[in-house]
Design a binder for this molecule. Sequence first.
Ligand SMILES: [Zn+2]
Length: 205
Amino acid sequence: MAKLYFYYSAMNAGKSTSLLQSAFNYRERGMNTIIYSSIIDDRYQIGYVTSRLGINSPAVVFDTKFDFFEDVKSRIKNNTVQCVFVDEAQFLKKVQVRQLCRIVDELDIPVLTYGLRSDFKGEPFEGSIYLLTWADKNQELKTVCHCGKKATMNMRIAEDGSVCEEGDQIAIGGNELYISTCRKHFYEKKPGVIKDVGRNFTYII
Ligand SMILES: [Zn+2]
């Protein structure tokens, strides 16, 4: 039986790396996969899932209007699909998570999703709420805070080094930086030592 998986974590825990490794394992066995990635995330080239380790793979981009169920259904007319991957799954709408459930339940294709659980204010993302609620299996990908504890939260740092408390939930790119921290240091607003190097930030643990 196919299942819906949600792999969640704070920033920089290796979600895209994990996705690319799993997709590679399927393809190595001659299985056909589809990788989706959000059009919102333009940190790297649109149409690719890119790991910070430097590996990448082409991806079909989705926006908030995209219909995953219809897209997969049209693809399996010509080709079998053994697995569906979704990167940046926090950006999914509720209706899109439901579509992913239908791919699992009605088309019997496993769906592996990867995303952040909460935003820089500590609030959950829409896609993550419904994935955590409806997925057959939720698994945390772990990373660490500067104190050594598990990092579960995402802090947004402005160009002047201050911790952002206001602003839109989605602000990718620009000159802001995200740092994953434990809950204690998130609410104490202690990201660790941040060094401003030219226009880029360098974070020193
Ligand atoms: Zn900490």
